[in-house]
Design a protein. Structure first.
Length: 119
C-alpha cells in the first residue's frame, strides 16, 4: 500500500504562484507514474498533469505553459509548480500514483489540498 500526502495549497491572488508537494511512502516510488488531478465544486475530477516513471510528462490543455510537474525520486516526492494562476484553477488538488509506471490507471490517491485563487 502506498500513502500519498499533499501539501502546499492555500489562497493566492490571480497571477500568483504556488507549489504543491506530494510525499509518497514505500520503496518503489521511482517505478510509479505520478499525477495531479483537481476537482472544483460541483464539477468532476479532472486530469492536470502526470510524470511517468521514465520522466516523460503530459498536461491538460488548460494548464500547459503555466504548470510544471516534476519528481524527486530521492525524496519520494512529486511537485506541481503552478504559475500565472487563474480563478478557474480553484479546486481541491489530488496526487495519484500508478504502480505500473504509465500514468493510465491510478491505484493510490492522496487526501487532497485546497487551492483557492482570488480575482
Amino acid at each position: 500500500q502506498v500513502q500519498l500526502v499533499e501539501s502546499g495549497g492555500g489562497l493566492v491572488q490571480a497571477g500568483g504562484s504556488l507549489r504543491l508537494s506530494c510525499a509518497a511512502s514505500g520503496r518503489t516510488f521511482s517505478n510509479y507514474a505520478m499525477g495531479w488531478f483537481r476537482q472544483a465544486p460541483e464539477k468532476e475530477r479532472e486530469f492536470v498533469a502526470r510524470v511517468r516513471s521514465g520522466g516523460t510528462t503530459a498536461y491538460a490543455d488548460s494548464v500547459k505553459g503555466r504548470f510544471t510537474i516534476s519528481r524527486d525520486n530521492a525524496k519520494n516526492t512529486v511537485y506541481l509548480q503552478m504559475n500565472s494562476l487563474k480563478p478557474e484553477d480553484t479546486a481541491v488538488y489530488y496526487c495519484a500514483a500508478d504502480r505500473r509506471g504509465l500514468g493510465v490507471r491510478w491505484d493510490f490517491w492522496g487526501q487532497g489540498t485546497q487551492v483557492t485563487v482570488s480575482p
